[in-house]
Design a protein around this ligand. Structure first.
Ligand code: ADP
Length: 482
């Protein structure tokens, strides 16, 4: 419910718009208020300074005429009245006995005037008070004359209180005229905020539209964003991802069509063989025997393809489990050689195994055995009558290295870069005879890569081939960054 209510505020354009308004309004209010306050303070300062100047002159005159003692000079009283009127205020003269000698309001004359500020001023400390509420200023001005002995002699205090209402009025008027400027500024601000919020959110809206379009099936389309660099980088990242997804989809389609083709070939052969048997009901048993033998071989082939495919699917699975353990690679190879020996004998190929040192490594034993088996079996299968296959094992402080060399038919230079592709076979006819599915080397490569290893091949057509496997002795799990 609250989420629904807050939905508009989760919109980037609305949030940007509101943020702009709040920031600008806040800044404008602070600016106007401080300008007004500064202006008022300046006006009052000016008035207070003039008053102080006048008080200094008055103090001099009072001292000169010893006015506090004899009140003889009537001009001082007149001048005080004039000044008080012009300031819309009141002036009081207090002598050192705290008696009021003169009051422009004629109320306090003759009365004793006791207040801390008067006493402080009598001690030589002037005072000044500004009251915002009453809009009044009050100044306590000490009248100091030099005594004959040269020390400061205190004669009295002038209290001058006056109104600063007119200064407040001036600054209020200024506030009102500023308000007139604020209104067009606010309209301008609304326009700027609207434009800004659109400008910020527009690339995202465009991006969403493009992505929706792409997800409708236009995978070859690209995101074209001309905006903030961050968004351009994001669009580049999305384009890269789309490119990868696209090539994955292409290779998936290619793989599916290859699989269908490969699986169909033995079935077609079986169908042809079975059809020809059906059409010859009186065929001699020897023919039946031969055709059924062929059908049997095709079923075996179909079986091999399916087994290899399942193996590949297992390896391809991202979370394909690795059962890593410390394994004696020497033992692993010895067992493997023992198993392949009979096959090598049927091909009349000599199988040699050389280990230069004892090697223990962290590997998935089953997968690693399958990978190297494929290499050794290939070396036997694609060999010459009376040829040899040599397997060596060595290691350094970081890797173990297995080489599988043969004296076989070799691989043509143009084919070398394809032999790790799925279903790739150099000579399809020979592969059929040897039972090759074209998946063995893909499986080997996947396994070696899963162990963070490297697989290299060197081959000379007609002379032989050497595969080199280099795998880290310690297994380090790859971080999944995808
Ligand atoms: P296959 O099941 O056909 O053996 P592989 O993926 O194991 O499939 O090998 C792919 C192709 O590479 C083979 O068909 C063969 O032509 C070629 N090949 C692999 N190993 C050797 C080798 N040791 N000597 C010559 N050719 C080889």
């Amino acid at each position: 419910m609250i989420r629904k209510f807050l939905k508009p505020f989760r919109s980037m354009s609305i949030t940007t718009f509101l943020t702009d308004i709040v920031i600008f309004a806040f800044a404008a209010v602070i600016l106007v208020l401080s300008a007004l306050s500064l202006n008022r303070t300046n006006l009052i300062d000016e008035k207070v300074k003039n008053a102080q100047r006048y008080l200094s002159e008055l103090s001099d005159k009072v001292i000169l005429n010893a006015y506090l003692a004899n009140k003889e000079d009537a001009s001082i009283g007149k001048e005080m009245n004039l000044m008080a009127d012009s300031y819309d205020g009141r002036i009081l003269l207090i002598d050192s006995n705290l008696n009021c000698v003169n009051d422009t309001f004629n109320v306090e004359v003759g009365k004793t005037f006791v207040s801390t500020d008067v006493v402080r001023a009598l001690n030589g400390t002037s005072g000044e008070y500004r009251d915002d509420e009453t809009q009044m200023v009050e100044i306590y001005y000490p009248i100091i004359s030099k005594s004959n002995s040269g020390e400061n002699g205190l004669n009295g205090v002038i209290i001058f209180s006056f109104s600063v209402a007119s200064e407040y009025e001036v600054s209020d008027r200024l506030g009102k005229s500023l308000l007139l400027i604020v209104i067009p500024c606010a309209v301008l601000l609304l326009l700027i905020a609207t434009f800004h919020s659109r400008y910020v959110s527009k690339p995202l809206v465009t991006m969403t539209k493009s992505l929706n379009h792409i997800s409708e099936g236009y995978f070859d389309d690209k995101l074209e964003i001309k905006s903030f660099t961050e968004l351009e980088d994001m669009a580049d990242a999305v384009n890269n991802m789309l490119f990868r997804l696209n090539s994955l989809e292409n290779s998936r389609q290619e793989f599916v069509s290859n699989v269908s083709h490969e699986l169909k070939t033995p079935l077609t052969s079986i169908k042809i063989l079975a059809d020809s048997l059906v059409q010859q009901p009186d065929a001699p048993p020897a023919v039946y025997q031969e055709f059924l033998g062929d059908i049997n071989a095709e079923i075996d082939r179909e079986n091999r393809i399916i087994t290899d495919l399942l193996e590949l699917v297992k390896l391809d699975r991202k979370n394909g489990e690795m059962h890593i353990a410390m394994v004696s690679v020497n033992e692993l190879l010895e067992i493997l050689m023992k198993r392949i020996k009979p096959i090598a004998q049927t091909y009349n190929v000599d199988l040699i195994y050389e280990s230069y040192r004892k090697v223990d490594a962290e590997v998935d034993e089953v997968k690693m055995s399958l990978a190297i088996s494929n290499l050794v079996e290939n070396a036997v299968k694609y060999n010459k009558e009376g040829g040899w296959v040599k397997v060596t094992l060595d290691s350094d402080h970081k890797y173990f290295i297995v080489t599988v060399s043969d004296s076989g038919i070799g691989i043509p230079e143009s084919s070398v870069k394809h032999i790790f592709d799925r279903f790739y076979r150099v000579d399809k006819m020979r592969a059929r005879k040897t039972g090759g599915t074209g998946l063995g080397l893909s499986i080997t490569k996947s396994v070696i890569l899963m162990h963070n290893g490297q697989l290299r091949v060197e081959s000379t057509e007609g002379e032989g081939t050497t595969f080199t496997v280099k795998v880290p002795l310690s297994f380090v799990e790859k971080q999944n960054t995808e």
